[in-house]
Design a protein. Structure first.
Length: 296
């Protein structure tokens, strides 16, 4: 048996303050006995819920450009000093961390999940493939080169961010990679999200750790509240911990990846329950760059 958890936090006005908030949970992480803990989507850098960035169809306001510049400044480099701080936390506590960050690369931002190992530090990252709705104003699209499944002290962990979890083909690709602990950083606090987490657990016959931000409403930004809902689900859809709503905190549950063989006895979505004679999926994991240079 191993322990997994979700650390439900909200971003602060500065990224440095958010890092300090996460580091403030060091003792609780160590005492929890957790081998793997998931942190919410966009925790470092922030999720600007309710912001418009001064955009309407056909024009952008100068104040929106200024707001984006401020948001860009709060993002982090991967690797970078903030990631090193989280890697240090992982090393000191012995906990593998999967953390949502806003990654700065050139002049583009990505919604990214980083994988931090207690011994090796930053070992992988996943960039959100398809930002949702207005998120496309501020975030770029990831490509197939960042779809890792990473060994941890619990088992093989993969990360799928927020509404990527509604992409059936992405889910299929992750199942085919043998994911045992499905990490779902999110800001979706709707009740129906709990159904999504339980569905993926049953469909993939895996453990699911959903980690949502908790953010109090900002008086000048309508709809800015994020109410949490972090949860841990077992491979037959049973809720093992949470959902935690209305506050920050750490939830944990004991899991046994050895039990997944029995769970998949009657349903292995990319194994004996698949029909490759009827359906196939091709996944392109080639890194995509707008500019490539070749020299003889």
């Amino acid at each position: 048996m191993s322990v997994v958890g979700a650390l439900q936090l909200g971003s602060c006005l500065s990224t440095a303050a958010t890092v300090e908030k996460v580091l403030g949970y060091e003792e609780r992480l160590r005492d929890s006995g957790a081998a793997l803990v998931v942190l919410p989507e966009a925790l470092l850098g922030g999720y600007p819920k309710g912001s418009s960035f001064g955009t309407r169809v056909g024009y952008r306001l100068p104040e929106g450009r200024a707001e984006f510049a401020e948001y860009f400044a709060r993002a982090v480099d991967v690797p970078g000093p903030e990631i090193a701080e989280l890697a240090g936390l992982s090393a000191r506590t012995g906990v593998s961390l999967v953390a949502g960050v806003i990654e700065r690369a050139g002049s583009t931002l990505y919604c990214t999940a980083v994988f931090l190992d207690p011994a090796a530090g930053l070992v992988a990252k996943h960039r959100k493939l398809m930002p949702t709705a207005a998120e496309r104003l501020i975030w770029g699209q990831g490509d197939g080169s960042t779809l890792p499944v990473v060994p941890t002290g619990v088992g093989l962990a993969g990360a799928v961010i927020c509404w990527e979890n509604y992409m059936p083909l992405l889910r299929t690709a992750m199942y085919a990679k043998g994911v045992q602990v499905w990490c779902a950083p999110t800001v979706d606090d709707r009740e129906v999200w709990q159904s999504t987490m339980r569905h993926i657990a049953v469909e993939g016959r895996c453990f699911v750790v959903g980690a949502c931000q908790y953010q109090a409403a900002q008086a000048d930004v309508p709809g800015s509240r994020i109410n949490g809902g972090s949860v841990v689900v077992g491979p037959l859809g049973e809720v093992l911990a949470g959902p935690l709503t209305g506050e920050e905190g750490l939830i944990t549950a004991s899991v046994d990846v050895a039990s997944l063989a029995g769970a998949r006895y009657d349903f292995d979505v990319t194994g004996h329950y698949a029909r490759p004679d009827v359906f196939t999926l091709a996944v392109d994991e080639t890194p995509r760059s707008a500019v490539t240079f070749r020299s003889r």
